[in-house]
Write a protein that binds this ligand. Structure first.
Ligand code: PLP
Length: 464
């Protein structure tokens, strides 16, 4: 959970674990038209600027927690394709399962001719999700689509229109999910109006002095001012804010939300798209709080790099919509289902839940020590659950003014030195860790050393 960092943690560096070899041959052939600069120019001419990329380099190949660009430069990947690669790039069994499925059939549309991998994945998700009740799962293609469908299902099941989301929450870029996403720039800027009957409640924030009690008071006031509780279908929350800054929902808040939902007949939706599948050390981040949600949205690391998402929920709720009301041409693509089953199996057989907790401790200890030594009083917070971890930077400790410029500079220096890092947070002043849980201790240590050097570069540049 959240902690403020003034002094180095008194932890000894961990002994590196032997790397699991996943060797690939790296061939550096860079014809002029394949250089990063040439591709960037083509990209700028052909792709709208609204699709921003964090790194101005182009991928050539990747393996586990490493990536090589088209010029043969190697990077350690702490971004994992935005939390998609808990099992790493091209996990051998994920790739093998996808290839085996491709040799049978790649698409029938489940709504035309169904296939077993969809059913097998739904069974697996139903078994993994918290709660003893009967469950069913819908498969779709993207996270935003999963969230949209969770709202549709909640509305159909309750006969109510309202949805309550939270400040700083991120639920996608489609118009309904943008209405739920609680951050204007860059996501919502200039594209409203957004669908009606979406309400926003405050998220607890140490930075803004909003306690759990304040946040709950805000929610109760919302019931008095704008959101008639018996017209609210669902409350949706990320158990750990993703884009919003890797801030865990305090467990007592999650427990209170469950109570409030039960009191008013509102469904609780846990958006686990970024936090799920081992990132926090449990299958679903909400498990840390002991709360059982009614619906769960999933995507990203569920399939180790293949586009698939889903909604898992109480069977009676999931059956609320009539036949034909759910689906989509590509929903639950068989290749992606096969990949997801293999990724889930890898998380189980390789002990990646425990690995996440262990990795989280390593990052916390090293970041605290590096922050205190290399950038004293600039690292304001290290927070998260397991290996879903962020460090937040400020201009100075007293005012705690967010320093997004420093974070941007750290990312740029890290990239130059061979580390892919990504920012997050309402103020863009936090760095988040999404490194594959399959990364060896050596790779983690190397990545952290690059982070340390990049931080020193960025601080030196700022003070020059
Ligand atoms: C918590 C959460 N919900 C929803 C989404 C949207 O997923 P997608 O980008 O696949 O549409 C994301 C994506 O980052 C997310 O982190």
């Amino acid at each position: 959970m959240a902690s403020t960092v003034k002094t180095p943690a008194a932890k000894k560096p961990r002994k590196p674990r032997a790397a699991k070899a996943r060797k690939i041959a790296v061939v550096s052939t860079t014809p002029a038209e394949q250089s990063n600069a040439a591709l960037l120019a083509r990209r700028e001419a052909a792709v709208p600027r609204g699709v921003a990329s964090a790194a101005p380099v182009f991928a050539e190949r990747a393996e586990n927690a490493e990536l090589w660009d088209v010029e043969g430069k190697r990077y350690i990947d702490f971004a994992g394709g935005i939390a998609v690669l808990n099992t790493g790039h091209r996990h051998p069994s994920v790739v093998a399962a996808a290839k085996a499925q491709e040799d049978k059939y790649t698409h029938t549309s489940f709504q035309v001719v169904p296939y077993e991998p969809y059913v097998a994945l739904a069974e697996k998700l139903n078994a993994l999700a918290p709660g003893d009740h009967a469950k069913k799962s819908l498969l779709v293609t993207t996270g935003a689509e999963a969230v949209e469908n969770a709202v549709k299902i909640a509305r159909a099941a309750t006969g109510r229109p309202g949805v309550i989301a939270f400040t700083g929450g991120y639920h996608g870029r489609t118009l309904l999910t943008l209405g739920m996403t609680g951050k204007i720039s860059p996501y919502k800027k200039d594209v409203g109006p957004f669908p009606s009957d979406i309400f926003r409640a405050p998220f607890p924030s140490v930075r803004d002095g909003i306690t759990v009690e304040d946040a709950l008071t805000g929610l109760r006031n919302l019931f008095l001012t704008d959101a008639q509780p018996d017209r609210v279908a669902a409350i949706i929350i990320e158990p750990v804010l993703g884009e919003g800054g890797y801030t865990p929902v305090p467990f007592e808040m999650m427990q209170a939300l469950r109570q409030i939902c039960d009191e008013h007949g509102i469904l609780l939706i846990a958006d686990e798209i970024q936090a799920g599948f081992g990132r926090t050390g449990t299958w679903f981040a909400i498990e840390h709080s002991g709360v059982v949600p009614d619906l769960i949205t999933v995507a990203k690391s569920m399939a180790g790099g293949y586009p698939i998402a889903g909604v898992i929920g109480r069977a009676d709720i999931m059956d609320a919509m009539a036949p034909g009301g759910l689906g989509g041409t590509y929903g639950g693509n068989p290749v992606a289902c096969a990949a997801a089953l293999a990724a889930i199996e890898a998380i189980e057989s390789e002990g990646l839940l425990a690995r996440s907790l262990e990795m989280g401790e390593t990052f916390r200890a090293r970041f605290a020590e590096i922050g205190a030594r290399v950038a004293p009083y600039r690292m304001w917070d290290i927070r998260g659950l397991g290996a879903m971890l962020a460090v937040e930077f400020v201009t100075d400790f007293e005012t705690a003014t967010p320093d997004a410029a420093l974070v941007k500079s750290i990312c740029a220096h890290a990239l130059k030195r061979g580390l892919i890092l990504l920012a997050c947070g309402m103020h863009g002043n936090a760095l988040r860790i999404m490194v594959p849980l399959t990364a060896s201790d050596e790779i983690i240590a190397e990545g952290i050393a690059i982070f340390e050097a990049a931080l020193a570069d960025a601080v030196a540049e700022q003070t020059a």
